[in-house]
Structures are given as structure tokens and as C-alpha cells.
Design a protein around this ligand. Structure first.
Ligand SMILES: NC(=O)c1ccc[n+]([C@@H]2O[C@H](COP(=O)([O-])OP(=O)(O)OC[C@H]3O[C@@H](n4cnc5c(N)ncnc54)[C@H](OP(=O)(O)O)[C@@H]3O)[C@@H](O)[C@H]2O)c1
Length: 226
């Protein structure tokens, strides 16, 4: 199995690289030129294609021949970074490839998610201020996911809860909708978010699903997971 990890130099990306290597996958990494050094510990074990993740030529080269593509969707700047990345992956990934994209709970596929006032306030106020400062455009991550949801590709959009560092607790638990009691703890280890992304590539039950995840040892998961 050959996988491409787009946004490989970030925290989530590096965990996905490690999980993929642990499975014996051949790994191609895409990251910004200035971040190539962050992948030094994987030198000799991965191929690195440097460049912006919304650069279509970069993505075209990186995903060629890959059976799986793991994409960290980040709404940096005001240049359609997330939606440009998503569109390039949808356009250039191999027809059979499994595609997994990361985002947060704030993304909704069908409008049936039920959010706490805290999350709504954070997205509204934080999103407004970040957009005002032209640092982050949360709307572009929404646009990216809308492109994916409308696609007939073999995608999974993994919606992460709040994240923390720490040892793996195993594969997170998921639900189709935020607001489901199983998700109430709203906390996942970042290493396990990455694990879920990598596992999604080989789980056909997750094709065209947008699972919202939570740590499997979180209180709500232990109480409500069947
Ligand atoms: N943080 C949370 O609490 C949280 C919660 C739920 C879901 N998520 C989701 O998890 C995923 C990973 O997020 P993360 O917060 O954990 O961060 P992360 O894994 O550290 O990833 C950040 C990514 O953004 C890139 N980046 C940073 N500055 C950039 C810039 N100015 N222009 C372009 N790219 C830039 C980084 O690349 P470089 O290495 O090149 O800097 C890296 O690939 C995202 O999809 C996010 O929506 C995060």
C-alpha cells in the first residue's frame, strides 16, 4: 500500500507518518518547503515532495500511484488554502484511492449536529477575529468539506474533537452527529486522531462518512459506547 500524507510536517501529520510506517506502507509526504526539516527523523524511510498543499502541480506529483491519501485540512490565510488543497486531491488522486481528510467538529455534513454554546461562540468569535486578522479563514475549511461531501470519490472526513497529547488509548469511538452522548467528553489524543485517519483508509464502512470522534477511554465513550 502506498499512501500520500498532505500536511505531513504538522503534529497530526507526523503521527500519521509514524502509523503508516508501522503498517509497512510506502509513504510520500507533502509539506511546505520551510518545514521539510521537521520530517528529518523519517529520512530515508519516506519520500518528501516540498510545496504548498494547495499547489496543484505538487499534489498531482505526490498522489500519483497512491492507494490512500491522508490530508490535513487547515484554513490558513485567505488564499483558499483548505479548499484549494481539497480540490487538488479530489482532481488528481488515483480513481481507486481511499481519501481521508481531517477537520474539526464545527464542520457539519447534514446540519443535524447539535453544538454546545461554547463551541458555537468559539467558532463565531474566534473565526471572526481570525478572519479579521487575515490569519485563518474557517469558512474556507467549510467550503473544502462541501467540495468533498459533493464528490463521488471514496472519501472520509474525520471530524476531531478537542485534542490533547499523550500515549495512545487506541482507536477513537465515533458518531455521525455531534451532540450524541457518546461524544460528550469532547477530548481525543492527537496520536489517536491520526490512528483513526490511517485506519479509515482500509475501513470501507467509513466510505462517504463524516465521523465525529472522541477518545475511546474518555468518560462519555466508556459510558455510552455499545
Ligand atoms: N487543534 C485542535 O484542537 C483541533 C481540534 C479538532 C480538529 N483539528 C484538526 O486537526 C488537524 C490538524 O490540526 P492541528 O491543530 O493539530 O495542527 P497540526 O497537526 O500541527 O497541523 C498544522 C498544519 O498547518 C500547517 N501550517 C501551519 N501554518 C501554516 C501556514 N501559515 N500556511 C500553511 N500551512 C500552515 C502546518 O504545516 P507546517 O508544518 O509547514 O507549519 C501543518 O501541516 C486540522 O485538520 C484541524 O482542523 C484540530
Amino acid at each position: 500500500m502506498k499512501v500520500c500524507i498532505i500536511g505531513a510536517s504538522g503534529k497530526l501529520g507526523q503521527y500519521m507518518v509514524q502509523h503508516s510506517l508501522d503498517r509497512g506502507y510506502e509513504v510520500v509526504c507533502v509539506c511546505r518547503e520551510q518545514s521539510v526539516g521537521k520530517l528529518a527523523r523519517f529520512a530515508g524511510r519516506v519520500t518528501v515532495v516540498p510545496g504548498d498543499t494547495n499547489d496543484r502541480a505538487v499534489i498531482r506529483e505526490a498522489v500519483a500511484g497512491c492507494d490512500g491519501v491522508l490530508t490535513v485540512l487547515v484554513p490558513w490565510g485567505m488564499r483558499r488554502y483548505a479548499s484549494g488543497t481539497a480540490q487538488a486531491v479530489l482532481d488528481f488522486a488515483e480513481p481507486h484511492a481511499r481519501l481521508a481528510f481531517s477537520c474539526g467538529w464545527h464542520i457539519t455534513r447534514d446540519g443535524k449536529d447539535v453544538y454546545s454554546w461554547q463551541l458555537r461562540a468559539l467558532v463565531a468569535v474566534g473565526g471572526f477575529l481570525a478572519r479579521l486578522a487575515r490569519v485563518v479563514d474557517l469558512n474556507d475549511q467549510v467550503a473544502a468539506c462541501d467540495l468533498i461531501f459533493a464528490s463521488d470519490r471514496r472519501w472520509t472526513v474525520v471530524r476531531g474533537s478537542d485534542l490533547e497529547e499523550g500515549e495512545s488509548q487506541g482507536l477513537p469511538v465515533w458518531s455521525r452527529h455531534v451532540g450524541d452522548p457518546v461524544l460528550a467528553s469532547n477530548l481525543t489524543r492527537r496520536v489517536d486522531f491520526a490512528l483513526f485517519m490511517v485506519e479509515a483508509l482500509t475501513d470501507d464502512n467509513l466510505v462517504q462518512e463524516a465521523p465525529a470522534i472522541v477518545g475511546r477511554l474518555s468518560e462519555s465513550a466508556r459510558r455510552h459506547a455499545a
